[in-house]
Design a protein around this ligand. Structure first.
Ligand code: ADP
Length: 341
């Protein structure tokens, strides 16, 4: 179970990664809620490549964690009728690891999903270029004048890469993806429909208002919505005869210290730190990460995107700046008008 203070962290917990939230994970494009444009395009690409009996072009999905990149990759495999192998940037430590995957685990048309692809090391990334372009893997053996390069042909597969920001990828890697999609945060109606589906699967009774209350605190992120649903379900079961109502949702959220904007104690601590220690900013991301004792990556890829999207924090060339909305939310007096952009 995620710790109380980590409930709103959009990164998967070890348990979620292990079981991949299988029960709640949509298994077809029809079940995948929202991201309409992306789905429409993918349907065309899938049909076209199936018609040509070719592997789908390499795809790159980028978004903050929990918005459906892994889910979509599995759906792609299912809709294409192929197998999927899952790995991640940090796991592929050397080119040999990649060679082993490509030559022993993949067949024509299969999907290789590389999560956190921005974390591939340079040697593996370079080995990947000819693989993505010509399905050729070059292995160097020996050193000096006796060095030779072996050429391996690998099956024509589809690489699906996932990353939190496309800007984290090097240009040459990004350019080798034929299909690039950004998944945005989900709107309230979409999160509500994800929650309705999940409640049905979990056999939990819920009123529309109860689910709407959960949606409002889910940071536009399906993973968080499902996680909160499970916690509220516990409260409903113990305190409200099993039905998720607005009342029991509020009670659960108060207990979990999640406020009506979907901010938890870490978000509030971060905003308060900018207000009180840095005069409302601008403050650099590195300085801020140290001040709240978080990893810089966690700050920029997990915590900040939602705070920025929902207008609590602004990114400026000089650093992070607190907004008037944030001051109001924290119950603090906002500085003079000219502070804000
Ligand atoms: P990411 O790879 O971007 O971190 P995941 O694909 O692991 O995110 O999604 C997290 C969870 O959220 C999934 O297990 C799934 O249950 C749910 N989910 C994500 N996107 C959707 C969606 N569009 N519709 C329904 N459920 C979704």
């Amino acid at each position: 179970m995620p710790e109380k203070e980590n409930l709103l962290c959009s990164k998967a917990t070890a348990e979620e990664t292990k079981y991949m939230d299988r029960a709640l994970r949509p298994s077809s494009l029809d079940e995948f809620v929202g991201q309409q444009k992306l789905k429409d395009n993918l349907r065309v690409f899938i049909e076209a490549s199936k018609g040509r009996k070719e592997a789908l072009d390499h795809c790159l999905f980028y978004s903050p964690p929990g918005l459906g990149k892994t889910t979509l990759s599995h759906i792609l495999a299912r809709e294409m009728g192929v197998n999927i192998k899952v790995t991640s940037g940090p796991v592929l430590a050397k080119p040999g690891d990649l060679a082993a995957m490509l030559t022993t685990e993949l067949q024509e048309g299969d999907i290789l999903f590389i999560d956190e692809i921005h974390r591939l090391n340079a040697a593996v990334e370079e080995a990947l270029y000819p693989v993505m372009e010509d399905f050729l893997f070059f292995i160097s053996t020996g050193t000096g004048p006796g060095a030779t390069t072996l050429r391996l042909t690998v099956p024509r597969f589809t690489l699906v890469g996932a990353t939190t920001r496309s800007g984290l990828l090097t240009g040459p890697l990004r350019d080798r993806f034929g299909i690039v999609f950004n998944l945005g945060f989900y709107g309230r109606p979409e999160i509500v429909s994800i929650l309705e589906r999940s409640a049905r699967i979990l056999k939990t009774e819920a009123t529309p208002e109860g689910l709407a209350q959960i949606a409002d605190r889910s940071r536009g992120t399906p993973r968080i919505a499902n996680r909160l649903l499970k916690r509220v379900r516990d409260f409903a079961q113990v305190r409200a005869g099993g039905v998720i109502t607005p009342g029991v949702t509020m009670e659960a959220m108060d207990s979990l210290e999640i406020d009506k904007e979907g901010l938890d104690s870490l978000d509030r601590r971060l905003l308060l730190t900018v207000a009180e220690k840095f005069g409302g900013g601008p403050v650099g991301a590195e300085t801020l990460a140290v001040a709240v004792s978080e990893e810089l990556d966690t700050l920029t890829d997990v915590i900040e995107p939602f705070l920025m999207q929902s207008g609590f924090l602004q990114r400026t060339t000089r650093g992070r700046l607190l907004t008037r909305k944030a001051y109001l939310h924290l119950g603090l007096k906002a500085p003079a008008q000219e502070k804000f952009l």
